[in-house]
Design a protein around this ligand. Sequence first.
Ligand SMILES: Cc1cc2nc3c(=O)[nH]c(=O)nc-3n(C[C@H](O)[C@H](O)[C@H](O)COP(=O)(O)OP(=O)(O)OC[C@H]3O[C@@H](n4cnc5c(N)ncnc54)[C@H](O)[C@@H]3O)c2cc1C
Ligand SMILES: *[C@@H]1O[C@H](CO)[C@@H](O)[C@H](O)[C@H]1NC(C)=O
Ligand SMILES: *[C@@H]1O[C@H](CO)[C@@H](O)[C@H](O)[C@H]1NC(C)=O
Length: 528
Amino acid sequence: MEGLFKAVFVLIVALVFLRYLGSNDPVHIDPVNPTDPIVLPPGVHRDVLIIGGGLAGLSAALELVERGYNVTVKEASPMLGGRLKSTEVDILGETFRVDHGFHAWFYNYYTFKDIRHRLGINDNFQRWGANHFRFRNYKDEVMESKGPYPLNVIATLLKSPNFKVSDIFDIVRISVFFAYYNHDTVYQRYGNITFDEWTEIEGVPTWFADTVLRPALSVTFNERTVLNAAEILMYSHFYFTGDSKADQRSIATVDHRTAVFDPWERRLKSLGAKIETSAPVSDLRFASKDSLVSGVLPGAQRSYDHVILAPDLSAVKTIFTETSQKFPRNEHMACIQNRLQQLPMAPSYKVIRVWFNKQISPSHPAILQTSEYHPINLVVQYHLIEKKSREWSLRTGGSIIEFHLYAWSYGDVKDEDVWDTVSPTVREIYPEIFVEDFKRLGQFVHSGTNFASFPSSLEHIRPTVTFPSECGVTNLNFAGDWLHTDYPSALMERAVSTGRIAANQVLLSDHVRQVPMLVASNYGPGYI
Ligand SMILES: Cc1cc2nc3c(=O)[nH]c(=O)nc-3n(C[C@H](O)[C@H](O)[C@H](O)COP(=O)(O)OP(=O)(O)OC[C@H]3O[C@@H](n4cnc5c(N)ncnc54)[C@H](O)[C@@H]3O)c2cc1C
Ligand SMILES: *[C@@H]1O[C@H](CO)[C@@H](O)[C@H](O)[C@H]1NC(C)=O
Ligand SMILES: *[C@@H]1O[C@H](CO)[C@@H](O)[C@H](O)[C@H]1NC(C)=O
């Protein structure tokens, strides 16, 4: 009987979608000024200040320095990388470069792929296969898209041990949202309701919401009760349904400083960029009534032709609070400040990496998503994926395991107490760590409150890269993963691609040819 139902299901879905076999190709965004020269003409000098040395700032820096700009990057922290920086940590007499948490790079990350290629760092990445999920209330899932759309989606669903045949018609109905994803209208239509409201209104089967959509939701670092439905539809399109290869992941073979940021910094410096670390920018200054941004740092009168503001949202807000205190009557400032004040931050998160004297069973996947085990969302066995960690574990028989703790709700907990706070939950996932009395040889904890929240009813005011010019400030652009983009993007790819848009604004205003971009299609595979 079950077999019959499944056959009927396949038939229905196939009938609905078969004529759409395939995915929409990514879209080329060509320069709007293709006849302008490719670099600043001889004798023309332009100074650019880039505030923030994370992915967004460095992406802008790369484009502008290659086109002859005098680029200065000011980064608050002692090292580049932002939310992906690697901290050197001494454990048992050895130095490890510990990333600010495990990161995966996906198929639709076209801007990053381009940068990776240009920096010659492809060899520092490896493809990583299926996505493994562990649930409290459902069976384990292993998801991997195989074959062309829509067969990949059908195969994934049929393979799912949680799939309920009785929900076939609901699933077919819901799949229309993904097949006919439309980035042009999704925020208007679903930006004002939360994901929870949307699942209720649309009658999304609970198991489907919990096992397929909710894991995607957790990586936004937002709370389920708050996140708007459009954002989760966009994530599903960008990371799964928009392209049959969308879920293909790459991960770094070494820490990201070695893999990405050191080569990037070397390239920028070799082209003449000035990179200042431990150089926080506290506020902006305005040259005159024409509202050009001129200088930074209290007292500094240094003038720049362009400023790109690429810190995380919370730091951008702080800079504008400082600035508007200094220029209380500047209407341009007030315009930017008013908008920023309405944008909330997501809850804080922590990442704890632990060095153990033993290893858990090889049957556990190296990378495991655990969205139902709040606050643990992701567990990564570093000694199985990263070179230095692997060498250490081969020598010592130990293991290095990282736990990502999102939407932290336990208040202020000291780093040394984080393990005790989460260990009851760890025990549910890996009882052997406790039963076999693993020793913790060392640990490192990262914390942050630097993700934007994407709640309902605010998407219509989320700024884009060029928002400052809407407020009359023409030589200031934003870049970062908290902005709205007119194409599907998220997280690291949103950071690097908004950095490129910011650079393109600068290039356009100086009559230098823009850099082409490649972005994921705005339309689900239903539209062909
Ligand atoms: C644990 C964890 C896991 C993640 N996993 C993934 C993943 O798997 N895939 C994915 O795509 N994304 C992932 N992300 C998200 C990703 O790290 C971010 O989206 C991305 O790094 C954001 O880049 P950004 O340049 O916009 O901002 P940031 O990286 O925050 O960079 C901003 C920079 O500005 C600097 N700054 C702040 N204030 C000032 C100031 N006043 N003056 C000068 N500089 C300043 C900061 O120090 C920082 O270096 C993850 C993030 C975390 C924390
Ligand atoms: C480039 O900018 C830096 C930092 O603002 C400045 O010190 C330097 O003089 C500039 N270089 C040129 C060639 O103007
Ligand atoms: C969404 O909500 C905001 C504020 O509540 C409102 O201003 C906006 O017009 C709404 N958008 C739509 C498409 O309903």
